[in-house]
Ligand binder design. Sequence first.
Ligand code: 26V
Length: 840
Amino acid sequence: MNEVAAPTRAPTEPGAEPCAERRAADPAQEVARLREAVLEKLCYSVGKDRNTASDRDWFIAVALATRDRIVNDWMLSVRAAYQENRRRVYYLSLEFLIGRLLIDSLTNLGLVEPMRAALAGLDIDLDKLRQVEPDAALGNGGLGRLAACFMESMATLSIAAHGYGIRYDNGLFRQTVTDGWQHEYPEDWLDFGNPWEFPRPEVNYNIGFGGVVESTPRDPGSAARIWRPGETVVAVAYDIPIVGWRGAQEHNFVNTLRLWSARAPDPLRLDAFNAGDYVGALADQVHAESISKILYPADSTPAGQELRLKQEYFFASASLQDLIRRHLTQNGDINTLHEKAAIQLNDTHPAIAVAELMRLLVDIHLIDWERAWEITQATFSYTNHTLLPEALETWPAALMERLLPRHMQIIYLINAKHLDHLRAEGMDDPGKLSALSLIDEHGGRNVRMGHLAFLGSHKVNGVSALHSELVKETVFRELHEIFPDRIVNKTNGITFRRWLFEANPHLTKLLGETIGRDFYDNPEALRALEPLATDLDFQARFAAARLANKTALAGLIADRMLIKVDPNAIFDVQIKRIHEYKRQLLNILQTIAQYNEIRAYPMRDCVPRVKIFAGKAAASYYMAKLIIKLANDVARVINNDPTVRDLLKVVFLPNYNVSMAEAIIPAADLSEQISTAGMEASGTGNMKMALNGALTIGTLDGANVEIKERVGDDNIFIFGLTAEEVAARRARGIDARETIAHSPMLREVLESIQDGAFSPDDRHRYAPLVDMLTYHDYFLVTADFDAYVSTQMNVARRWRDRKSWWRSAILNTARTGWFSSDRAIAEYAEDIWNVPVRAP
Ligand code: 26V
């Protein structure tokens, strides 16, 4: 690991003096100061009096008082990065799934207990305020949450990093479930303001669209052109400071998440232009601002819509203009950009940045093409997060030509030079050349954004060992042959601050009392638990901590769903976006099979289980919505059947989000990670639940493979086809009739669904689903069904042997330290960004 010296804190240029030091040495004084600060915020920033303030007012006051503490370190960090002139990391992501920040910030500042005490003195309950904060849901799922974990780890490791994204007015839709069907409603996280952000109206950039490209007459040999956009939108910055673990200590960095909001260039001038036509003037404004209105809520099929491409270019261009301005202010010479900036592309969503940087270098800074390409490749790196063919972004060339005419010229030139080079090297296979081209010629001309990101980067990474190998063998097979050193693996990680310390204080306390606090800073220190895995006294305490979490979740389920669940039952949890490849359906079919067993053999001793599901379906994803309906129909039937005698309960919790994950994960006994092998790039929920002591039931997919290697085969339940077997089975054809014929249990389950056992009001409701499983079971639910059912029986057997179960659970916690996002980020820093890190 490259180490870095502590930033000097001499009060020199640039920027203002850091605010006065507010930390108090004495704890009582700290509490008093916090209380004073909160009251001051309540009065002077919120404008409320103690007696009339609502919980929300108090929350804002507390958040603002907390933010003040962060700002102190923030300014020092900005200055330190400047003084040391370090290489900065820029994390470009269309999604940051942050969740709530109050407890996270207080934890990292070491101020949870002082703040709790400060508020208690005012008769205010911190835990109540915690619930008032809306989730910042600026992401769809794993990719966005990873970006948020990475921002926190980069601050923790003192990497001078900036996140760049979009400040969506509306984050991921709010899900309701009525009568079992999902409905989507706009999400309104900004309705009462965002106390964490700083608007920066003075930081703004023009972003062009459309128009024409003119040749520069000055130098006929140059590649430079003049682009005259037909439309301009302004990107305005909003900054959120991101504080890392032990943010209050000397050496930590507070980094910046800079989110762009779209504005019309000059509303006043617009008014003048449209004199008298207010509606018309407003329409222009609405049109411009629509770019940052809403997060695209599909995480599979790219919508292919103009507005999405505009979002991608809008934020890529604003971010590049901003970081180039910073670079030039400090270094003066654009030629050294790659030495001072490392830009990570989070999936292909920001890939247009490759063409934009080329444009800025060649057209604006008049760098010659070859040099510009060297700088570009040395600056960018790209992370691939999915192999799903339908999720690989391509854009119709015609759309790009209309919206980004200059970028399209640049893309064509990158492609021509790339293909010329290959031909010069002797490549003449037209099939290969067409697979290597940036332009996909099948079915109209489309730009392959993955290829653009690959060519424009010096490193490309997958997000788990298996996934990275599959990236080499599938999407980028031909490119990998030509650039064999470019693809590397960086297995994902999660921030332990949020996913262990904050989400599971009971367990964290127990661990601290048992093995000391080394694991606070060094997750591998959790290994010290291993010898305790068979210690019955420790097992009892471990089980008690978990029971407290399960009791809390049971309370939440009772409140929200009016369903009573027994905290002593197995909590069997599948929480993630609803997707056919994630196979919630497999879980539901097994649930029905167990239901059938309970009814058929009422005398059999059966382990009580609560099946917990949560997750959102893309609004347009018909099959996913039908799966939600089935889960709810099955829940209704099972939960209301007296013969089940509470041996099985099924719960679908609506509106899954980061905060709900924080409540469910510490209470999960069994973590369902049952995707069709080869399809889940990594998964991160799998890491979160294993760390908190759940056992995984899963396929050899994504990071499950590495979890298995670390926790050991005895402490995980693996079943099903491997990625290779999946490929072979698909190659043979996937008519499932034979499979179904050979599995009486599966047949019975499918027949009961087909017969309307769960949809008496509409017997044919699930016909499409049963047909899909029977005739084109692409996700191989039927092929894995028997193996899954028998593995679930093993789970039940293990659960009965409590000593053995708790031993495995403890070993899961002990052996998953490696999945910390600090480890992941340290690997990026060393192998991809070439920036120093400091151990937390
Ligand atoms: C695609 C699209 C298409 C256009 C509309 C919006 C949108 C949003 C997201 C995506 C890509 C989704 C890819 C993704 O989320 N991958 C997940 O990344 C996680 C972090 O690496 C990983 O753990 C999951 O396995 C992987 O599915």
